[in-house]
Design a protein around this ligand. Sequence first.
Ligand code: GLC
Length: 549
Amino acid sequence: MPDPTDTPTQTSPWWRDAAIYQVYLRSFADGDGDGVGDIAGLRSRLPYLRDLGVDALWITPWYPSPMADAGYDVADYRDIDPLFGTLPEAEKLVDEAHELGLRVLIDLVPNHSSDQHAWFKAALAANPGSPERARYWFRPGRGPHGEQPPNNWSSRFGGPAWTRAHPSDPHDTDWYLHLFTPQQPDLNWNNPDVREEFEDVLRFWFDRGVDGFRIDVAHGLAKHPDLPDLEHPDVNGKTVIPAGQHPHWDRDEVPDIYRTWRQVADEYPGDRAFVAEAWVTHPDRLTRYLGDGVLQTAFNFDYLECPWDTTQLRIVIDTTLTAHAAVAAPATWVLSNHDVVRHVTRYGRAETSLHDAWRLHGTPTDLQLGTRRARAAALLTLALPGNAYIYQGEELGLWEIEDLPEEVLQDPARLHSGLLRDGCRVPLPWIGNQPPFGFTTGPGTPWLPQPAAWTDHTAAAEQHDPASMLTLYREALRTRRRLNTTAEQTITWREAPLGALAFDRGPTWRCVVNTGTQDVLLTGQLLLASEPLDDNRILPPDTTAWIAP
Ligand code: GLC
């Protein structure tokens, strides 16, 4: 079996500059006809991902799960949900991906398990104060009969973060903590069972050849031991509490957990790696998770949240690179994922930052403008040093589906939190003129309905169209791979007119981005542009060019 590290154009270690494709498994491709994407569907489309030119895949949770939060509620960390396939199929997938030169990251969910996990069932069946309950956060309720939650924390999805264990049992006044849905009880990372269990889970999957893990809610694992009330309750998940002092987000002790994980990863050959999903208040907080002896990478959400504006983009790029350089860790760049509004839609609105994206749901959107900016943003993202993440469908230019009928919506977050995450999770269009666009062979229908307007956005339709988003991504990924072999891992800013950004990655690769309203003059030899240029010396608004200066 060829080792992906042998790919001659890739630098080592691979996690320093990989392009990583996020497979949202239930919406990628359906191989068994039930309308839900699965491992068989993914295996059948691996050649598409190789041809796209990415280096690795991140596959969202595939474990047995009651699917209270689309699989982020794990009932068994060492198996595959029948909806998605079997463990032998998962093993085959990893091998086949490796044969095509693709690495595989899987999603680990350590902050909480499912309420159907054997440990939680045992905890509910056990008494208050029992060792079974000590693996989670059980606490007696407040009030004379324990009828009020132990503290005032809120779930990220709205409502209290506590649910009573046995509401009808007056002798058991325990409540349990869940920072997400009540079906996702938080694990207690002070408990040695929990730590040992996850180290073993890491080994279970490393033994099966996976190249690494995306760590879900990586900033949430430590809780203040006294579980104090929040003085300033979080608003929409955003905190006003000074860094490191929040009782359950990004506490100073969290990164220590990952030191042990890094040791486990380093026991294995082949540069196994992690990427943390850590929502923190500043890049300097993020880099505490990174560097020698800690994790290799973490998502840089400041970039994902940033509006389409050169001044703000430049600030985010600078602060990100400076913070990461201090710990010698590569930065990551991401524009979309399964939790946020697709960026074609975000960029097509008057307000382009992620902060406003859900509030603006259903407001007028210029998809043509959004697409043009998304093309320009893709070339910016892929020119930055570090890892670039691509959320499935962004390479087809898919936009947010904002008119899904209420009865098909499945995301639990929408009910109480203002988060609307179904619209970015609609199954991919592969081929054909009407839904299901080859996503499923039926008889099941796609678990979320696809819009008829995706006819022109199927992978098959875009494949041979020189003007398509897919063609742009393919060319950009191929060119990036080549340029990365000689590019510097830093950027040098070049003078650029107002509304534009220009930076060099060494002497052979310049990226010029125009987010303004005026044309920008280009010098040097054009390598790639996000739009066809009438004149290779003129970069129009909302366009990016790569140049050999
Ligand atoms: C992460 C996932 C999200 C999930 C949440 C709870 O933020 O990306 O989809 O709902 O964690 O596990």
